[in-house]
Design a protein around this ligand. Structure first.
Ligand SMILES: [Zn+2]
Ligand SMILES: [Zn+2]
Length: 298
């Protein structure tokens, strides 16, 4: 099941039904540990689209069974950000992020900005994004991508929320904007697709690095070279579901449970145990997005 939530998993709400609580206990982090399972967070997934319409509940159950008890659902425009927010209310293990993806920059109506702003004030919406620059696909004019990226960076400082940053073939312009505006509430370069130089530059800005299933793929030598450079307190893992399924699921629809394969590869590359990597990724994701940490068992 997937009905628990960081920060509440050991503390049932008063008056909650015993059935719900027993179920929550059976899948609590403590119980997971007793069963030899490590908790993990998928820091970036697109759960609101048609590819999860049929089986989102089952996909979240599979995630929970794999130890992935928390997922950040990412919006790419106003409608999908609203759906991500709704999913975060419908599923206690899901939190949301709201923003406009560079692919969607061209289609974004500036009149919708106040509605996005309202989302950033919502307690279940933990971040600004995804936003950024994508010069690989160039689906929106670059000046429009740059304009919206800067507005997201500025508002993130105002609302004191971290930024979820997408960068593809646009690191120089992205770093220029980041260096000019700053990232006072922090942020993450999601689905990191650079090499050691881009990694070092992002780290110097105080950013976190989130590694996707690309790290398991043949072409990803630069990403693999960067993974060991990320400090223990800046590394995150994600699926970017429904895209980019890691080996051994490559070519299938990706889903949050598959983040375990990415985490195993990242642990190998960093020369740490899977358990250690999971602990770091959970702590870092929780701290960055301000997710409550589970109460310690007394
Ligand atoms: Zn992205
Ligand atoms: Zn994304």
């Amino acid at each position: 099941m997937f009905s628990r939530q960081a920060g509440r998993s050991s503390q049932p709400a008063s008056g909650s039904g015993s059935t719900g609580w027993q179920a929550a206990l059976a899948s609590s982090p403590v119980a997971a540990k007793m069963l030899g399972m490590n908790r993990l967070i998928d820091s970036h997934a697109h759960l609101d689209g048609p590819r999860f319409e049929q089986d989102l509940d089952a996909a979240l159950e599979r995630a929970g069974a794999a130890g992935v008890d928390t997922v950040i659902a990412i919006g790419v425009d106003l409608p999908s950000s609203l759906r991500a927010r709704d999913l975060a209310y419908a599923h206690p293990g899901v939190w949301a992020s709201a923003g406009v993806h560079p692919h969607d920059a061209a289609g974004f109506d500036d009149d919708d900005w106040p509605a996005l702003s309202a989302l950033w004030a919502d307690p279940r919406v933990r971040a600004v994004g995804e936003t950024g620059l994508d010069y690989y696909y160039d689906r929106s004019p670059r000046p429009r991508q740059q304009e919206l990226f800067r507005r997201h960076l500025e508002v993130a400082g105002e609302v004191e929320r971290p930024v979820v940053i997408h960068v593809r073939d646009a690191f120089d312009d992205a770093f220029a904007a980041l260096e000019a505006v700053g990232v006072p509430a922090g942020g993450v370069v999601h689905c990191f697709a650079g090499g050691p130089a881009e990694c070092e530059r992002a780290l110097a800005l105080g950013l976190h690095i989130s590694i996707s299933g690309m790290v398991t793929m043949g072409f990803a030598d630069p990403i693999r070279a960067a993974v060991p450079l990320v400090p223990d307190d800046r590394i995150l893992v994600e699926t970017d579901s429904p895209f980019l399924a890691p080996k051994p699921h490559r070519g299938q629809r990706n889903e949050p449970a598959y983040v375990v394969h990415t985490a195993r590869r990242v642990a190998e590359l960093r020369g740490v145990s899977y358990e250690t990597l999971c602990g770091q990724a959970v702590a870092n994701t929780g701290r960055l997005f301000g997710l409550a940490t589970p109460a310690r068992p007394s």
